[in-house]
Design a protein around this ligand. Structure first.
Ligand SMILES: *Cc1c(COP(=O)(O)O)cnc(C)c1O
Length: 394
């Protein structure tokens, strides 16, 4: 049996035609019709001006620069996240201050954020921005976070890398922030092999990022530069993949959600294993199917479960290691931290590819079941779960 991986690319079928167009027309650079068409499709989807970049990290980097982040500044950031949320803060010479999650959403705790802003105002050093992460495709409680940030005039950058296709109170992930960043890395909901998108209500900002991403060349015949630029633009070839992928985005989200709920249902009779909470205000992408293990009830630890899965040729991973525990960010201030530490210690991500076959899902399910000594499920029960996916709005 081939190894079952955590999250792999899943093409829709039309991507190669767009890529062939790029070759046929020789638009094999960071300019061309695929780029404008992909950006237009993205703008239509999200309803905001968008610029296609080389990565989600580049989108966060340029987004923070738009917000004026520079040397000596501080930026608040969710501690429970992937390192790419935080590194761009350092690229700009600023320092992160980490904020813990709450158990209800696994995302930034608004009451801790309020406390952190209150204290930093008292100390006379408000952050330049707050990076809010929509973890594993679940939107943070943006209304609450917005209200608090508005009180202090601090802008929000939404790291929605894992949340393309998610909703918060009926609105698309990213639209309530000042700036949002998305990723098309190979392991994300949809992919361009590597790539990202920055969106903002402020069209002038989006145009500024387009300018910076192409080496900030002034509009003159000669190569003249008055601002510092980057080589961060997406390629027209990869934008062709993006055009095909965006056509199947909503289907990919439904497929990922169906897997998460199929796992949940298949573990319903097992003690000590529970799906990441699904906040009632939104519709997450369930980019990765995350579960919490209670070692005493489950009968084995999270790490032991990872080992058993590995032996059965199944890749699984711990939930992100919080940033305040990273050697790279040792010494950075952190408000709270115990919740993220606990989720990191007990959380596991199971294979979640939208292309994961029912047979492979059943294999994952039965390896998890075997780890607690429960009997295997038959294919029949599996199919019932598929039909039931409709109950969850997928
Ligand atoms: C993947 C990811 C990123 C970075 O996106 P890239 O396109 O890989 O640069 C940023 N933040 C989070 C939370 C991610 O999961």
């Amino acid at each position: 049996m081939k190894r079952i991986l955590l999250s792999v690319p899943h093409m829709g079928g039309t991507e190669q035609a767009y890529v062939r167009e790029a070759f046929a027309s020789n638009w094999l650079s960071t300019v061309g019709p695929n780029l404008s068409a992909f950006e237009r499709a993205f703008e239509d989807l999200v309803g905001l001006p968008a610029v296609a970049l080389a990565s989600g990290t580049a989108a966060i980097h340029l987004g923070l620069r738009l917000l004026g982040v520079g040397a000596g500044d501080t930026v608040f950031c969710s501690t429970l996240t992937f390192v790419a949320s935080t590194n761009p803060i350092r690229y700009l010479g600023a320092e992160p201050v980490f904020i813990d999650s709450n158990y209800e959403t696994w995302n930034m705790d608004p009451s801790l954020l309020a406390e952190a802003l209150r204290q930093s105002e008292k100390a006379g050093k408000l952050p330049k921005a707050v990076v809010v992460v929509d973890l594993y495709g679940q939107c943070a409680d943006m209304d609450a976070i917005r209200t608090i940030c508005d009180r202090y005039g601090v802008p929000i950058l939404d790291d929605a890398a894992e949340a393309l296709g998610a909703f918060y109170k009926g609105k698309r992930a990213g639209v309530l922030a000042d700036i949002a960043a998305f990723s098309f890395n190979g392991n994300k909901i949809i992919t361009t092999t590597g790539g990202g998108m920055l969106v903002s209500r402020n069209r002038a900002w989006v145009e500024k990022v387009r300018f910076w991403s192409q080496q900030a060349r002034d509009p003159a015949l000669a190569y003249e530069h008055s601002e510092l630029g980057y080589n961060y633009r997406m390629s027209n070839v990869l934008a062709g993949i993006g055009r095909g992928q965006i056509e199947v985005l909503d289907l990919r989200v439904r497929q990922r959600r169906a897997i998460a709920f199929r796992y949940r249902d298949a573990f319903a009779d097992l003690p000590g294993i529970s799906l990441m909470p699904q906040a009632s205000y939104g519709l997450p992408t369930n980019w990765l199917s995350c579960f919490l293990i209670d070692e005493r009830e489950f009968g084995s630890s999270r790490d032991e479960l990872i080992r058993v899965l590995d032996e059965a040729n199944v890749e699984s991973r711990p939930v992100w290691k919080p940033m305040h525990l990273q050697p790279l960010y040792a010494g950075c201030e952190c408000y709270g931290g115990r919740v993220a530490e606990d989720l990191f210690r007990r959380g596991i991500c199971l294979p979640s590819s939208s292309s994961l076959s029912e047979e492979n899902q059943l294999h994952v399910i039965n390896v998890v079941r075997s780890a607690t000594g429960a009997s295997a499920l038959a294919q029949k029960i599996q199919s019932d779960c598929v039909a039931e996916a409709g109950h969850y709005g997928v």
